[in-house]
Write a protein that binds this ligand. Structure first.
Ligand code: SAH
Ligand code: SF4
Ligand code: F3S
Length: 459
């Protein structure tokens, strides 16, 4: 199964730059874009002579790269800040980055007076200057975006931790203003990198031995090359054709920008992964309209029909929100029927969470939490059943897997298919594959969220 895009990750860059005295700890909340921003922030800090440590206790400087997509994500950040209040006396400095920083701005200094730096993602290019101010003892440093910037956060000092798979952000920000969503307010306006710059980074990664590249954007397929050289589908081809690259993924696609040439590219080029994450949010056109998604159920289904018509077995995953203001039982039922029609390979379901600044905050949050929870449970139960049946059909099939790790206790190798499905398998005798290598495995058993198999000889 794909990773939950909203998971919490802690990145430790290794090895730390030897001899550096000033230490930092960084913890990341939120989506892949935040995770990748953290890799760039870490790279920038290492470049500035800091050394990364694994605990808050060891650190002089503590960074939180935060997420505010739902109330729970935001609360987690404030709880964490509260937990660490006690360290203030030890002279540690705290910095809040990311979406909560951008959303709350200087109010964070009131809520957590021991925080010295508050910066949103559009200001990370200025981190070196902000660090100088921090060193000078300034305790009220801000880097906040007014949605005017055209800057993207490009740095050659990205500290990637996985030597085989890496992210590249190709487009930042969002101009869609869906009624429920904070992202347009926390990440600034939509701005793409040039295809030349993306390709240069991808080429460099391929030279370093990376084989798996994931292109990132809040709406990755809204990519618009500022120099007009390549469309999104052409960029996919160009990255997928780079020598050494075996897998290219991209996330998150917005249905409004999902064009047929993307599927044509996947059909034509084996290195483009058999996976599309296409968040639909609701199966009811009425709710989609209230959400300002600018597509209907029918329009979404048409795009899904292109994916299903592909020569390849393309996995389709989605995000769904239950309990949006005014969602009736009939609207919810339409979401359930859409799930059955689309036969999603995975669904990330969320209870609607009212968010500051968003248009929906003025609508009555009309569905009680217990009802949202009930709908979410129905949705997840149905999806589990859909996946159970579909995963069973994979038994007997052979897939290429990228090796990700080992489960010693079970004697299994952990891998991932092009469809982004976890396939745990037993290796051939005397042939334990190395992490990052590609092998083939036959599926012998299925679970609703993963497959079990045995390695087979290629060819
Ligand atoms: N740009 C992507 C989504 C990015 S946010 C798109 O438009 O599809 C990731 C997911 O979080 C969304 O797809 C949505 O399902 C969920 N989400 C965003 N705001 C939310 C809110 N206020 N309440 C509940 N879920 C939300
Ligand atoms: Fe949020 Fe909508 Fe933008 Fe996605 S497209 S990030 S849901 S505003
Ligand atoms: Fe969260 Fe910001 Fe990503 S709100 S989901 S970290 S864009």
């Amino acid at each position: 199964m794909p990773d939950n895009p909203q998971n919490v990750t802690s990145i430790i860059a290794a090895p730390p730059s030897a001899g550096a005295k000033k230490t930092f700890y960084l913890e990341t909340f939120g989506c892949q874009m935040n995770v990748h921003d953290s890799e760039k922030v870490i790279g920038t800090l290492l470049r500035q002579g800091y050394r990364q440590v694994e605990t808050v206790e060891e650190a002089d400087l503590v960074f939180y790269n935060t997420c505010s997509i739902r109330d729970k994500a935001e609360q987690k950040v404030f709880n964490r800040l509260n937990d660490y209040k006690k360290f203030q006396k030890q002279g540690k400095k705290f910095a809040v980055l990311g979406c909560v920083a951008q959303q709350e701005g200087e109010k964070i200094f009131e809520k957590a007076p021991y925080v010295s730096l508050v910066a949103g993602s559009a200001s990370y290019n200025n981190l070196p200057q902000m660090l100088v101010q921090l060193e000078a003892g300034n305790t009220r440093i801000t880097g906040l975006d007014d949605r005017q910037t055209d800057l993207t956060f490009e740095t050659e000092f990205t500290a990637r931790t996985n030597p085989h798979r890496g992210y590249i952000t190709i487009i930042e920000g969002c101009d869609k203003f869906c009624a429920y969503c904070v992202v347009p307010y926390t990440r600034g306006k939509e701005r793409s990198r040039t295809s030349d710059s993306v390709l240069a980074e991808a080429r460099k990664m391929a030279d370093l031995g990376y084989t798996d590249i994931q292109l990132l954007g809040q709406n990755v397929n809204a990519f618009a090359d500022p120099l007009g050289k390549k469309t999104f589908a052409e960029l996919l081809y160009a990255v997928g054709e780079l020598p050494g690259i075996r897998r290219v993924r991209f996330t998150t696609s917005h249905p409004r920008h999902f064009s047929r040439d993307i599927i044509e590219a996947i059909d034509a080029l084996p290195t483009l992964c058999d996976h599309v994450h296409l968040p639909v949010q609701s199966g009811s056109s009425r709710v989609l309209n209230a959400m300002h998604r600018e597509y209907t159920r029918e329009m979404y289904l048409e795009k899904v029909s292109w994916i299903k018509a592909s020569k390849r077995q393309i996995a389709l995953t989605t995000d769904l929100i239950v309990g949006f203001p005014g969602e009736t039982p009939a609207d919810f039922e339409e979401t359930i029927t859409l799930m059955h029609e689309c036969q999603f390979d995975a669904v990330f379901g969320f209870k609607y969470s009212p968010r500051p600044n968003t248009p929906a905050i003025t609508m009555e949050d009309s569905i009680p939490d217990e009802e949202k929870a009930r709908r979410l449970q129905i949705l997840l139960d149905r999806q589990r059943e859909i996946q159970r049946v579909n995963y069973e059909k994979q038994v007997g099939k052979i897939f290429e897997v990228m090796v990700e790790g080992f489960n010693e206790a079970r004697g299994q190798v952990n891998g991932r298919t092009s469809q982004n499905v976890t396939l745990n398998f037993t290796a051939l005798p005397q042939h334990t594959p190395s992490i990052g290598s590609y092998v083939t495995a036959r599926v012998i058993k299925s679970f609703p969220n993963s497959l079990v198999g045995e390695m087979v000889v290629q060819g």
